[in-house]
Design a binder for this molecule. Structure first.
Ligand code: ADP
Ligand code: MG
Length: 259
């Protein structure tokens, strides 16, 4: 195999297993996620979707199998190491700092490392100031995109639940991840926020990220995903457009027939 070509998948999950006591939550699961796609992951309750997300992000160790991001193996690595490789799930971004303003919260999410020290030593104070100005411009642009300009200077603690979720997207975008995992992003927010969350998800993709979206709301999945993977009893039982899946016998029997 040659190095990353245009067709190389962003993520390969190959024969991954994980059980909890006697429960085989993920049971020889394999799939590929196309680069720069928004890929849905659906299935009945208990299908193993959240466990799969936990395995990919490194929250849980895999028992067996491979998970490869952009050619790099993730299995066996810690969650921190995996996030440094460019894969994050939303709750991984620390909660907002309630006393900092919305803008300060987004700036605080930019990967710090020893950025400051490096820039100062290499390029001096003025270059550092320029770098900070670039980050601030980026943060402001993200807040415009997410419709948070009206609250840019208020403490994040005063935002509504929906606005906090949008802020979380701004903070994720600030990290410029390769891949973002979203496990039920609509859960617990007002349905009228759906369109804004959809815009936030497409914004991540427009910036170059690949997105995996776990969601029960199949309308939302159909409107926003390029392809949909269906899991049941810890395995993938189908993949395609929602339209294809409606005529997929295994998928209808295990999931859509009841959904
Ligand atoms: P889904 O997200 O598709 O609803 P989950 O991945 O949460 O499914 O769960 C898959 C199966 O694994 C279920 O039977 C669930 O009860 C079990 N399970 C998930 N996490 C744990 C855990 N931490 N301890 C024990 N069993 C778990
Ligand atoms: Mg779940």
């Amino acid at each position: 195999m040659t190095n990353a070509t245009a067709e190389a998948p962003a993520l390969v999950v190959n024969d991954v297993w994980r059980s909890f006591g006697g429960v085989k939550a993920v049971n020889g699961c394999s799939f590929e996620v196309k680069k720069n796609s928004i890929t849905g992951l659906v299935g009945p309750n208990g299908a193993g979707k959240s466990t799969m997300i936990n395995l990919i992000s490194g929250l849980l160790p895999v028992e067996k199998g491979e998970i490869v991001l952009d050619g790099e193996h993730l299995e066996g690595h810690t969650m921190d190491a995996i996030s440094r490789k460019g894969l994050i799930r939303t709750f991984q971004v620390a909660r907002e700092w309630p006393k900092l303003t919305v803008l300060e919260n987004v700036l605080a999410a930019a990967p710090a490392g020893n950025r400051e020290a490096v820039w100062r030593s290499m390029f001096g104070r003025r270059a550092l100031a320029r770098q900070e100005a670039v980050l601030e411009a980026r943060a402001r642009a993200l807040l415009v995109r997410l419709n948070l300009t009206a609250v840019i200077d208020i403490p994040a603690g005063r935002l509504s639940g929906g606005q906090k979720r949008l802020l979380e997207f701004a903070r994720v975008a600030m990290v410029a991840p390769k891949m973002v995992l979203l496990d039920e992003p609509l859960a617990g927010v007002n349905p009228v926020l759906g369109d804004e969350l959809a815009r936030a998800i497409h914004g991540l993709r427009d910036d170059g990220a690949t997105v995996i979206l776990v969601e029960h709301n199949l309308g939302f999945i159909e409107r926003n995903c390029d392809t949909v993977i269906v899991m049941a009893t810890g395995q993938v039982i189908g993949q395609g457009s929602m339209q294809d899946l409606r005529t997929n016998k295994a998928v209808v029997e295990a999931y859509l027939g009841q959904a």
